[in-house]
Design a protein around this ligand. Structure first.
Ligand SMILES: Nc1ncnc2c1ncn2[C@@H]1O[C@H](COP(=O)(O)OP(=O)(O)O)[C@@H](O)[C@H]1O
Ligand SMILES: CSC[C@H]1O[C@H](OP(=O)(O)O)[C@H](O)[C@@H]1O
Length: 405
């Protein structure tokens, strides 16, 4: 990219100033006095907040030509900014209620201007503090069923689908997921990190051939099952919330992959928080109350996702071959198997792989933290091993409850 330059806060102000009379005229006046600061806390990109004297603001997100959390030794394509913008446009047109609004995109500078969601909270931080969001389950179910269904073969013509699959080819970021989810945790690799006290649990995982087979099958489907346009990184840090609102951000890992991946990742993050609370909330009744809320959220979300997909399939399917209840049920059964497997893989990779979660790493007491890490490893293993034996969602919920007790 000939004109690419990594932005400073000054660049961000100058850039946004030029847009105040065009694309950003509904946010800022032409005489806006702008200031900016960088506050990205994700693994990959720069994120600036640009604010005027009246506290109007936007977010300017820019991709670096490498992974921010590692540095220049891990080069990454700037095309991920284009992918993120295109997913936001696609998902925003199908589910505007739950997709952050995109205000501007510049592919050459690999930057995107977004609505500022600073009045909301990031789900991960809120759940670490045991906060509840009554609409989260139904909002995530609506986002995943609508974006999932309308980008699938149930709805798109074969020509449109192929064009979209090609629009969202995302090799660099898919490779990160392929490595971090399905490969690294099951081998010795310098990217992994975990305390020495977990050595025997990690060896157990690496000696478990059935588990490694399950990981390989999940990876193969991730590589070769272009069912729908995924968000691709549906963890609790990609979701902004309050009591009435849920907004997804950061779909730069988007590509056409297996439907079960996003909902599996989301459920995995609920379960990471569930286990983490064993090391966080000391009072048993309070802890059980919050964990029941998390489990209900997971069950409601999965149930509503499935129900909404079934409804969309009976009303909106365009391909006559797929307008068949038995086919939809069979399809959703394999989505369930994938979702359980990806959920388990998320638990394992967030415990011993490169990218951990603050829910667990932030537990101060070392013994309590280790006990939680042991629990997430066993839970992840059992979900991956038993995924395909669940005939339906109720069997999945029964399995989950038995594993959590
Ligand atoms: N639209 C937004 N509104 C407010 N804050 C945002 C917005 N987008 C990102 N952020 C902030 O920037 C952080 C990193 O953003 P994210 O998109 O997750 O970056 P990365 O791609 O590097 O993971 C978020 O955790 C959040 O604090
Ligand atoms: C080297 S990327 C690791 C990890 O980070 C991503 O999340 P985010 O960019 O939101 O911090 C993604 O989950 C990757 O697996």
């Amino acid at each position: 990219m000939a004109n690419y330059t990594a932005f400073t806060a000054e660049h961000a102000v100058d850039y946004i100033k030029k847009l105040t009379e065009s694309e950003l005229s509904s946010v800022f006046t032409p005489n806006a006095e702008l200031s900016a600061y960088e506050f990205g806390d994700g693994n990959l990109n720069l994120v600036f907040r640009v604010t005027d004297q009246h506290n109007n603001s936007v977010i300017l997100k820019q991709a670096l030509p490498y992974a921010r959390c590692v540095g220049e030794s891990w080069p990454l394509s700037l095309d991920r900014a284009r992918i993120e913008a295109d997913v936001l446009i696609n998902h925003g047109s199908l589910c505007p209620e739950h997709t952050v609004a995109i205000l501007h995109h510049n592919a050459e500078l690999a930057l995107t201007v977004l609505e500022d969601l600073g009045h909301l909270q990031i789900l991960r931080g809120a759940q670490i503090n045991a906060e509840q969001f009554p609409k989260l389950a139904s909002h995530v179910a609506q986002y995943l069923s609508r974006t999932g269904f309308y980008n699938s073969d149930f709805y798109l013509s074969a020509d449109d689908k192929k064009a979209k699959v090609s629009q969202f080819i995302n090799p660099d970021l898919c490779k990160i997921t392929e490595d971090l989810f399905f490969t690294d945790p099951y081998i010795e690799h310098e990217r992994n990190h975990f305390p020495a006290e977990l050595n025997s649990s990690v060896q157990h995982i690496r000696n478990n051939n059935a588990l490694k087979l399950a990981a390989a099958k999940l990876k193969a489907r991730f590589l070769s099952c272009p069912q729908t346009l995924l968000h691709g990184d549906m963890h609790s840090g990609s979701i902004f919330v309050d009591n009435n609102t849920t907004k997804m951000i950061d779909p730069e890992f988007g590509f056409f992959g297996p439907v079960g991946f996003d909902i599996g990742s989301f459920m995995g993050n609920l379960l990471l928080n569930y286990c983490a609370q064993n090391g966080r909330i000391a009072e048993l009744a309070k802890r059980r109350h919050y964990q029941t809320h998390l489990l209900t959220c997971l069950q409601d979300c999965y149930s509503q996702f499935e129900e909404q997909w079934l409804n969309l399939a009976s009303n909106e399917t365009t391909d006559v071959s797929f307008a068949n209840r038995a086919f939809t049920e069979d399809y959703l059964k394999s989505v369930l198997h994938d979702a359980i497997g990806y959920c388990g893989a998320e638990l394992i990779r967030r415990t011993i792989g490169l990218a951990h979660v603050a829910d667990i790493d932030g537990i101060e007491n070392e013994q309590a933290r280790l006990a939680v890490q042991q629990q997430t490893l066993v839970l992840g293993e059992q979900l991956m091993l038993n995924a395909t034996s669940c005939e339906n969602k109720d069997e999945f919920f029964t399995l989950l409850i038995s594993l959590l007790n």
